[in-house]
Design a protein around this ligand. Structure first.
Ligand SMILES: *[C@@H]1O[C@H](CO)[C@@H](O)[C@H](O)[C@H]1NC(C)=O
Ligand SMILES: *[C@@H]1O[C@H](CO)[C@@H](O)[C@H](O)[C@H]1NC(C)=O
Ligand SMILES: *[C@@H]1O[C@H](CO)[C@@H](O)[C@H](O)[C@H]1NC(C)=O
Length: 439
């Protein structure tokens, strides 16, 4: 067998958003490091190539570009429905073009499930979120549609396989009917897939995964957490840009710092930001707040002192795994949750939209490793949460450590994710040549 014939050329097509590109890239890095016969082409829009094109990656992964789906994607968050629509209607043709010009010819397309391109689907959110989409019909049959939310939001939904009884509101999030329609079409494509990769750890969502398996006609592999943990080993100290944060963390007592981040996509109103800022200040807890565009404004409200710092950006996983960090205030994006679990931290859950509401429920009600930030007293909540002597806080921390062990075990030798990645590589390598089946 010559090397050309035995090479497996995977074309990875993430949905153009941070929460999708990052986990897909992390998975690609794992695949490339585990199997030298795999080469990967990673397809990005021009905008995203500009944002992540200079990040380090192995030589077996190269980028291919497609035009932006909207003239200016800076407006993604404000015009989310239009953006989603453009992704669904315009991306496929550009991706098709890329597929035709690649050498060696692709042997497998690994696409984000949100893109409606068949073959190997990568699902970047929780397994229970996949189950939700896969069983949308059941919601329809029970009259539990987004447009029925206002009258029925408090009804319990107890018929989705693998998802414990959950209030309709927590299940559906704030989807509009038009978007729901789009997402629904995703489910039809799922039936045409050959492999399903879930960005989750079997042991932390076994109920959802086990319930899915019997109803799927294709193999399903939990391969998470799809986070850059291997980078921590390669380079235990960060580069100079981050030294300011690391040095500050080095000076804080163990587990004393609350890491605060509301994600990078959706934003909340300035008045809510101010409320959080006041709460942090009055809690007397130490904090590291990663606030992107809001950082300079927040610095005025929270002048640098011994208790806290506000920064625009930070290497999140590195900071979360720093011994001084003892808690994670998160918007409940799935990637962030996986990083927090990997770091063994308890959570203060502050969901904003999309799957975040249900992720919050998983953290608080199922895993019991976090508290919801409600409408009440933020300062009191943060103070109790970060109080290492508080009995309820101690319980949270203990369970968070247990969850960390499950997660670390999954990526170790013989762990579930590691084994699934090897099985996936074996399966796609023996299936070389099935690209012709797509069209
Ligand atoms: C991938 O990279 C490794 C080392 O960087 C190399 O040994 C291997 O031959 C490469 N694989 C292919 C298919 O090019
Ligand atoms: C759900 O909402 C739709 C549209 O408002 C309405 O026609 C329908 O009767 C509602 N279904 C139930 C079961 O309430
Ligand atoms: C799944 O994700 C969709 C889209 O983000 C969201 O609207 C929905 O609430 C999520 N459901 C669950 C159960 O995670």
């Amino acid at each position: 067998m010559d090397s050309q014939a035995s090479t497996c050329h995977v074309v990875a097509v993430p949905y153009p958003g941070r929460g999708h590109i990052n986990p897909m890239m992390n998975l690609c890095k794992i695949l490339a490091s585990q199997a030298p016969h795999i080469v990967i082409t990673f397809v990005l829009t021009e905008e995203w190539l500009g944002l992540v094109g200079s990040d380090q990656k192995p030589s077996n992964i190269s980028f291919a570009t497609i035009p932006n789906v909207l003239p200016s994607e800076q407006v993604r968050a404000q015009h989310f429905p239009e953006f989603l629509e453009a992704v669904f209607t315009k991306m496929e043709a550009s991706v098709d073009e890329v597929l035709h010009r690649l050498h060696p010819p692709p042997t497998l397309i690994m696409a984000d499930a949100f893109l409606n391109i068949p073959v190997a689907l990568f699902f970047p959110t929780a397994a229970s979120n996949f189950s939700f989409f896969y069983h949308l019909q059941l919601l329809e049959q029970n009259g539990h549609l987004p447009e029925n939310l206002s009258e029925k939001g408090d009804e319990m939904v107890d018929y989705i396989p693998g998802i414990p009884p959950t209030r309709l509101t927590d299940l559906v999030g704030g989807r509009s009917e038009q978007m729901m329609q789009r997402l629904r079409s995703m489910v039809d494509w799922v039936h045409r897939t050959q492999y399903l990769l879930l960005s989750s750890v079997y042991e932390i969502e076994s109920q959802a995964v086990d319930a899915l398996k019997p109803s799927l006609s294709f193999p399903i592999y939990t391969v998470g957490p799809s986070i850059p943990y291997s980078k921590l080993k390669d380079n235990p100290r960060s580069n100079s840009d981050l030294d300011y944060i690391t040095k500050w963390l080095d000076r804080q007592p163990g587990s004393s710092v609350l890491y605060v981040s509301l994600g990078s996509f959706l934003s909340i109103s300035s008045s809510k930001m101010d409320e959080i800022a006041a709460g942090l200040r009055n809690s007397n807890a130490r904090f590291l707040w990663v606030a992107r565009d809001e950082a300079s404004r927040l610095k005025e409200l929270l002048p640098e002192g011994d208790l806290g710092i506000v920064v625009p950006w930070c290497d999140q996983l590195r900071a979360l795994t720093h011994p001084s960090v003892g808690g994670f205030w998160t918007h409940c994006g799935w990637n962030s949750i996986q990083e927090g679990v990997y770091a063994g931290l308890p959570f203060l859950a502050y969901p904003i939209a999309m799957d975040q509401g249900h992720n919050c429920k998983i953290i608080v009600d199922d895993w019991k490793v976090g508290w919801r930030v409600g409408k009440g007293d933020i300062a009191g909540l943060v103070h109790k949460f970060m109080n290492l002597g508080d009995s309820e806080s101690i319980e949270l921390r203990r369970r968070a450590k247990d969850l960390r062990e499950l997660c670390r075990h999954a990526i170790g030798l013989d762990g579930s994710s590691r084994t699934n990645i090897c099985t996936f590589i074996r399966d796609i390598s023996s299936g070389v040549g099935n690209i012709q089946d797509i069209n």
